[in-house]
Design a protein around this ligand. Sequence first.
Ligand code: KIV
Ligand code: ZN
Length: 544
Amino acid sequence: MPASTPDSAQRVRIFDTTLRDGEQSPGISLNASEKLEIAHQLARLGVDVIEAGFPIASPGDFEAVRAIARQVEGPVVCGLARANPGDIDRCWEAVKDAERPRIHTFCSTSDIHIEHQLRGTREDVKGLVRASVAQSRALCEDVEFSPMDATRADVEFTAEVLQIALDEGATTINVPDTVGYAMPQEYAAFLTQLYALVPDLRHATLSTHCHDDLGLAVANSFAGVQAGARQVECAINGIGERAGNASLEEVVMLLHVRAAHTDGLHTGIDTTEIARASRLVSRLTGYVIQPNKAVVGRNAFAHESGIHQDGVLKDRSTFEIMDARTVGLEVNALVLGKHSGRAALKAALEDLGYTVEGQTLNAAFKRFKEVADRKKTVSAMDLEALVTDELRAEHSGWELEWFDVEASTRRPPHATVAVKGPDGDLTQGSFTGDGPVDAIFKAINAATGIDARLREFRVEAVTGDADALGEASVVLELGDPAAAVRTDAPGLLTGERVTGAGQAVATDIIEAAAVAYTRALSSAVVKAAALAAAPGVAVNTPTP
Ligand code: KIV
Ligand code: ZN
C-alpha cells in the first residue's frame, strides 16, 4: 500500500455508507450499540468517511449517529439530510460533536423525480439546493451535495444545480446512479461533461455513488474514478437499497491489486481488516455472504478443480491474483481451550479488536465456558461470533428463558417455551407444529401473545468443523402491529407492515433459532411502539 495523505492526487477516499444506505436494505434493523460496533470496525479499517445514518428518520437513527459522532475517532462522521431546514438542523445536531463532522444533503435533478416525487419544478429544485447548501455551510465547514438520480437527469440542468451548490460552499459533489441504470462508459462521460460544464468542480472533491441493479456498481465507480472522482461511496458486502451499493471490499481490492495499471490509484484502507468488517456486518445485519462473493466469499480463495488445485500447489500465482492474508481471511485456527481463564479470553478478544471489560467480560466468559464444554476448541471465528452475539443480547424486550421440544418422524413435534417479558414477568406457551422449529416459533407467539409471521429463516455454521456453532437469522412480520404494542396506537396506520430481524449463535441450532426469533419479535415490537407513539412525527421518514 503506497503511503500517502488524502491530498495526494491518486489517493481515493473511501466513503462508507453501510450504516445509512446499507441499513436501508429490507429486513435490516441495527440497534445503536450494533451500529457503534460497526463504526469502530470501519475506523479500524481506515475508511475516510462514515455515513452514520439519516438522523431525521427516527429517534433511534438520531441517537446512533450522535453516539458514533461522539465516540468514533479517525474518520469524518457524516449524516444525511434532505434539502429542507428541519432535516439539516436535525442532522447537524447529530454530527456536530464529531472530530470532523459532515452534512450530506441531496435533491433530485431528474425530471422523473422532480415531477413524480418532489411534485415541483426545476426552479423549485434550484431554490431548495441554494437554501439547503447555504444552511448546511452556515453550520458545518464540510458539506456534501448529491443530485439524486443524476444519471437519468439532463446533464446541463444538473450542471446548473451543481454550480449553485458550489457557489453556496459545497466541498464534495457526489453523483449518484440512484437506480443502477448507467453503464461504465456513460457514467464516466457524464462526469467528464460535468467537469467541462462546471469548471469550479475541480476545486471540490468529486464522488461516485453507484447502485448494483445491473451488477455494474463497482465497474461504474471505477469508471468514475478514472474520470477524475476521488471519493467512492460504497458499503461493506455491497449492502444497500434494492440490489445494493458498490461493494467496499471489491472497490478497494481492485485499486489495490491493479495499482500498477491505474497510475497508482490507491486508498488508505488497511486491507487486513476487510474480512473482519465483512463478517461483523453480515452477522449483525443477518445478510449472509454468498459463497462465491468476490474478495470475502467463503470460496473466494478456494480451488475445486483438479487442474486449479494442482497449479496452486505448485505456485499460488497460477490461479490466485491476491493473497487471502491481504484481506485478513486467514484467522488463527485455535485460540482457546476449555481450561483457558478469563485473562486469556480477554487477551484473545483484544487480539481480535474487542475491548471487553466488567459485566460484558463476565458474560462473554460464561458463554465461552458453555461453548468450550461442548466444543473441543474455540477458534477466533467462534469468539468473534460469541462477542457479536453478546452485543445483540442488549436488545430490550423479550428474552427466551428455556424451551422443550420433542422431535419425531412419527408424531407432529410439540414445543413449550418460557419467555421473560420487558417487565420481567415469565410466561409460557405451547404449540404443536409442522417441525420442531415451527413448533417453537409458534410457541413463542403463544407465550408473548404476539401474532408474528415468519418471512425468512436461515441457519449457517460459524466454522467448518463437525461441532461448529450454529448461527440463525430470522426476519418476521407482525400480524397486527397495533395489538402487539397494546395501545390504541394512534401513529400506526391500518395495514402498516412492521418487520423485525434477529440473529443468534449457539452450539444447538434449535436454540439459536429460538433466540433469533425472540430477538426479531422484540425488534419488531420496538419499531411498532416507536410508530405508535409518534403520530404525525417523522418516525420512519421514507428514506432516499
Ligand atoms: O442512491 C442515492 O441517490 C442516494 C443519495 C441519497 C446519495 O443514496
Ligand atoms: Zn443510494
